[in-house]
Write a protein that binds this ligand. Structure first.
Ligand SMILES: C[S@@+](CC[C@H](N)C(=O)[O-])C[C@H]1O[C@@H](n2cnc3c(N)ncnc32)[C@H](O)[C@@H]1O
Length: 285
């Protein structure tokens, strides 16, 4: 396990269970966002996301879930994702231990054909839980979205005295539409399951305040820590893979070099082409 400290942002390159157990103080975290391997066979830079049995995957998950709950403050919030086929197990496991306030569906577009003989998977589930339903952070004003009424003119609420136009903003419901991170997007990093900045912005704005401590035990490209930093929160990110940890060191800690190795974002194929074309047409002096 290697610990990298930079101002109020810690990066651990190591195993989530070990770091949670030995490095994180109990009841110290305001917000935990967990986007673990889903047990669906993705390739995380050589680490196969597939357990021998469903039971062994769930046993492993229950270990880090218990640790996360231990590390969460009594006023803390916990967001957890996994594949559609495993989220019901998480739901049943968690409902006796914490309050599940929302069962969120992250719904997204797809350019390609998903499936021909059944309904293709177009969403990922997220459980939003709090330890104390009477005392938790939820900054609803910071995450409001446009309320689409379908009407061109402003609708008037006649229940109010005097009548007033309906508010054109609302707190989002539990179906979230965010595009998946695609290769051509600026935020894209070289990782198979990177989560969108916009989604983490909603979660961190709603469920933490500036100065709060946000933890992500399976950081991948460190989207959570990146957004936490941007929004003035403190962060702890854990990631087992050293290549992905380097993304975090660059993205969150601003490091340009590690042990003599340059930490730069790989140029996209079309950027390389543009770059070559530019240099081709440069006037020769
Ligand atoms: C679903 S991805 C997270 C993606 C991340 N939310 C993002 O926005 O980039 C899960 C990550 O967990 C990492 N991982 C797998 N097993 C781990 C373990 N035991 N401890 C820490 N990280 C682990 C994988 O390398 C992978 O990057």
């Amino acid at each position: 396990m290697i610990k990298h400290v930079h101002e109020e942002h810690l990066i651990y390159q190591g195993d989530a269970l070990e770091v949670l157990e030995n490095e994180i103080k109990d009841s110290s975290i305001d917000l935990i966002f967990v986007d673990p391997p889903y047990n669906i066979g993705k390739d995380f830079n050589g680490l196969k996301d597939k357990w021998a049995t469903d039971e062994s995957y769930l046993d492993w998950c229950y270990q880090w879930i218990d640790l996360c709950l231990k590390k969460l403050k009594p006023t803390g919030s916990f967001y957890v994702m996994t594949s559609t086929q495993f989220i019901p197990y998480f739901d049943i496991y968690l409902r006796d231990k914490i309050n599940i306030l929302s069962r969120i569906v992250w719904s997204y577009d797809s350019s390609g054909v998903q499936a021909k003989n059944f309904y293709g998977s177009m969403y990922e589930p997220i459980l939003f839980c709090v330890k104390d339903r009477k005392n938790y952070t939820f900054n609803s004003d910071d995450i409001k979205v446009e309320a689409k009424t379908g009407a061109k003119r402003k609708l008037i609420d006649y229940r109010k005295n005097p009548p007033q136009p309906y508010s054109n903003e609302k707190v989002p419901g539990n179906v979230w539409e965010f595009p998946r991170v695609r290769y051509r997007m600026d935020e894209y990093e070289n990782h198979p399951t990177q989560k969108p900045i916009a989604m983490l912005e909603r979660i961190i704005k709603a469920s933490s305040n500036p100065g709060d401590l946000v933890l992500d035990p399976f950081s991948g490209t460190f989207t959570t820590s990146f957004v936490a930093k941007k929004l003035g929160r403190k962060s702890i990110g854990i990631e087992i893979n050293d290549e992905f940890a380097k993304i975090g060191l660059r993205r969150v800690q601003g490091l340009s070099e590690l042990n003599g190795e340059k930490l730069h974002k790989e140029p996209k194929t079309y950027e390389i082409k543009n770059f070559q074309q530019q240099t081709l047409f440069e006037p020769k002096i």
